[in-house]
Design a protein around this ligand. Sequence first.
Ligand SMILES: [Mg+2]
Length: 397
Amino acid sequence: MSRVGAARRYDGARTESEKHMLITDIQTVVVDAARAALGTGRRTWLFVEVHTDEGVLGIGEASQSRLDAGVRAAVEEMKPYYVGKDPLGLIEPQRRQWLANPFASRVRYAAVSGIEQALWDIAGKALGQPVHVLLGGAIRERIPLYANLSQATPSRSPDDLATTAAQAVSDGFRAVKIYPFPQPQEVAANRGVALTRDEIVLAEARIRAVRDAIGPDVALHTDWAWTVTPGDAAALADRLLPYDLFWIEEPFATDDPEELAALRRHIRPRLAGGEQLSERLPFRQLFQARALDVVMPDVKWIGGISAFREIAALAAAYDVEVSPHNMSGPVATAACVHLSAVLGNFLALEYGYAGVPWRDELVAGSELVEHGTIPLPTAPGLGIEWDGAAARRHAGE
Ligand SMILES: [Mg+2]
């Protein structure tokens, strides 16, 4: 069956002259991915399955650990647009349909992101090519990861963080990330107020313990999780200079471009941010202000793979590096792997180290992590073997 060359209507609808694959259904599955023993708050993964009449199934991920009911409702609301259409050639039309609207919400961006990844997965499977080939071809064979330790450490004590960090290094990771300051849920009533002396001392103890555990040659990323005031950030960065931080992420409660740019000019580590953004304008404002060294778009709520690539290109024009925000399940991780393979300004991919032990069941062991890297997938589409039945077992459905 020819996939190319025949007249194709711009909206993906079937023409009389060509037999197309057709979308028959879209389903969502939500699993609880928080490690209960840790009590580190809510973490869910939300997957989007796009089914077709030829038995090809596309999978995407729209996890954001909040508003799952809203994302599922948005998928249901949008479903009639997709059912009966050819999934090939639909990626740009569906973005235009749902996101070219100033009232498009974060929830809708997430829903479109999940569906969009699934459309890439279907396109790759239908054409027999991995997504990175459809994106123009890989420029690296292995994707370096950094280990986010937040789901792996038994507690946030300096000793437990150090032990977990050392474990990640012994597993081959050459970069780790910790949250030295209070988590947002710990300071909700105190947000935007200066940290106490005890909180600062504890943060430094966490960083010192981890640096001692990983040695001088492993990169130490720190996520400040929006808990530091602009008035304190520069002095804190000075205090932490001996620990050779690789980056400081999201220091302030607001992403004020001028405050970030002022901090960036002062500090030695890279300044990273932008994980929560969906629309283009705030990215543009951050780049124009020279506010970031590293931007961290999230494929799960930026509008999908195409939208991610556009922001990465915009970042490249400002000499900003890209590190995908990815405390995600194996599906968004796969989408990020294909993006990371083709981006000239890619830096490192986030990976949720040692999270739920059943992670591999969702993709039948096809997520391959070797020595802190993911080798480039060669299977068609996203290159993972989605097991919807296993996912539904963990969803309790
Ligand atoms: Mg972060």
